[in-house]
Structures are given as C-alpha cells and as structure tokens.
Ligand binder design. Structure first.
Ligand code: F6P
Length: 320
C-alpha cells in the first residue's frame, strides 16, 4: 500500500488524537502516505481531507477531543452514502482505511470494508461497550474525570450532610458507573444491566445517616434512569439533603491519561502494521495486556461487551 487514510468518528474521546498521531507516524515510518479525513464519515462523503506530515500530528498527543473532528453521519447508513464514500476513497487513491470510533463507527467501517476498501477499526468510546477488547480508548480518561468530580463532590457533600446523585454517560452500559463507584468510594451504582430497589436503597441510606456518615454518593448510569428522577424519588426519605449532578460531556474531554496515550500508541501502530500486512477487515483490541485482532464482522454482529460480574460485586461489597 502506498496511501492509507484515517478518520475519527462518532462521539469523540480522549486519546483519539494520540491514536491519529500513532497511525500517521507508524505509516510514515513504513513509507506510506497517510491522509486525515475530517469530520468522520461525513468527510468521506464531502471529500474533506488533508495529507498528513509528521508535523501535522505534533503537539496533539496531550489534547482531548479530535483535531480531525468527528460527526455522527446518517448518510453512511444509506446505500447511496456508502457507495459515494467508497468511490471517494478510491478516487483519493486510498488503499486502506483506519476507523477510530465506537460501535456505530465500526459498523460503518465494516460496511466500507465490504465495498472493497481494506479497513482496520480502533475501538474508541468512553462507554466501554465494544466487545473483544478489555478497554476502549478514552475509557480510562473518562473514569479519571468522573472520579475527580466525585472526590470534589464528597468535599462539599460531607460539609452539609448531603447525598449526591451523580449521572454518568455510557449509553446502555453501566461500566463507567460501576468502576467509578469502586474507585471513588460511592455507595451505589444504578446500572441498566441490573434491576434496583429504591426502597432498599433508601433504607440503606437512612441507616448510613443514622450512623453519622457525612455524605452518600449514588452513581446513576444514564441508561438506568435520570439522576433528577432518582433524586426526586429519594428526596425527604433518607435523612440526607439531596443534590443532583449530571456530568454529561465533561466526562469526554481533557488530556488523556498515560493509560490512554499508551493504548492509543499501541492500537495505532498495530492498526497500520496489520493493514500493511494484509490482516484487514479486523478490529484491534486489548486482551490481558496483549494487542489482539478480531474480525470486524464478528465485532459488529456480537452483543455489547458485558460488565465483569466480579466488578459489580466488588462495587457492592465495598460500599456497605
Ligand atoms: O457513545 C459515547 C457517548 O458519550 C454516550 O455515552 C452518550 O450517550 C452519547 O455519546 C452522547 O452523544 P452526543 O455527543 O451525540 O450527545
């Protein structure tokens, strides 16, 4: 291959810039020209791209978001859009494509692959719901953002005997809420994967209040309900005054952690290496510290990644 392309798609996350940098530099090191497609799949349809040099990706490693920009592109879900995107890629002389994004983006990448363009996917989404990888890019940074926010909330909560209901992102996956519960020492995580009993939660919180605890934190994954609704239901029933925080897009930004920078470097390099070796139609992933490859067809036709039951149990055991 003489020319490959890279794009970032779907919801941005920290580490995307570091992954683009790794793709560009690993490509150039193998004497392959790399072009950066702007605004995700939309840029493929609108032919928005630039030829990357080693300088184009200098000083971006430490930045959150994506300098190539991203978009959620409805046109890519149509046959006409897909056809146009593939023809444009061929017209640009692109022989291989690296797609950095979440589950929807990997579906798009697989569809392009089926149109005859070799594709490798890099899993990047704070939700950590993509199967066949222990961690997606951006998850660790998002968790650090959440934990730092909860640490701050605990300071103010304990000054007033308050409970905070904290809503995390994650779409239909409760991973962020569960891991943040363990790492920030919250009392509960309400997640879409498990039913919860608000009566029991209120009884536990009342007990904590009677024991003289100064605060309580209830994490709610967005797929499990709205923090405000939960707060309205527990208000006046637990002793603690109640406040609500929806962390929202705050979780997605910020400088990537070392974990995400290293993962981005390893994913980016492995994506280029395998594309050039002819191992395409695959997604790179992390399993037990090793970089592995899984067929894109298998990735997009499998259920979302499940939360390790041991983590859910740990969150419960440590929050009594
Ligand atoms: O998939 C990543 C994610 O941040 C989800 O956690 C969230 O539900 C969604 O994207 C938000 O999407 P948008 O950025 O389009 O508001």
């Amino acid at each position: 291959m003489k020319r490959i392309a890279v794009l970032t798609s779907g919801g941005d996350c920290s580490g995307m810039n570091a992954a683009v940098r790794a793709v560009v530099r690993a490509g150039l090191a193998s004497e392959v020209e790399v072009i950066g497609i702007q605004k995700g799949f939309q840029g493929l349809i609108d032919r928005l791209y630039e030829i990357m040099s080693t300088k184009s990706v200098s000083n971006i490693l430490q930045r959150g978001g994506t300098f190539l920009q991203s978009a959620r592109c409805a046109e890519m879900k149509t046959e006409a859009g897909l056809q146009l995107a593939s023809e444009n890629l061929k017209g640009m002389g692109v022989e291989g494509l690296i797609v950095i994004g979440g589950d929807g983006s990997l579906i798009g990448g697989y569809a392009i692959h089926r149109k005859g363009i070799p594709v490798i996917g890099i899993p990047a989404s704070i939700d950590n719901d993509i199967p066949f990888t222990d961690m997606s890019l951006g998850v660790d940074t998002a968790l650090n953002n959440i934990v730092s926010a909860v640490d701050n909330l605990k300071d103010t909560a304990s000054s007033h005997d308050r409970a905070f209901v904290v809503e995390t992102m994650g779409r239909n996956c409760g991973y962020l809420a569960v891991v943040a519960t363990i790492a920030a020492g919250a009392e509960y995580s309400l997640i879409p994967e498990e039913p919860y009993d608000l009566e029991k939660i209120c009884a536990d919180l009342r007990r904590r209040y009677r024991e003289g605890r100064s605060n309580s934190i209830i994490m709610v994954a967005e797929g499990a309900g709205k923090a405000q609704d939960i707060a309205d239901q527990i208000k006046d029933r637990i002793g603690f005054e109640t406040r609500v925080i929806v962390l929202g897009h705050y979780q997605r930004g910020g400088s990537p952690t070392v974990f995400d920078r290293l993962l981005a470097a390893r994913f980016g390099q492995a994506a280029v290496e395998n594309l050039l070796k002819g191992n395409y139609g695959k997604m790179v992933g992390l399993q037990a510290s090793n970089i592995i490859l899984t067929g894109l067809e298998k990735v997009v036709s499998s259920d979302h990644r499940e939360i390790d039951p041991m983590l859910a149990l740990l969150a419960k055991q440590l929050s009594i």
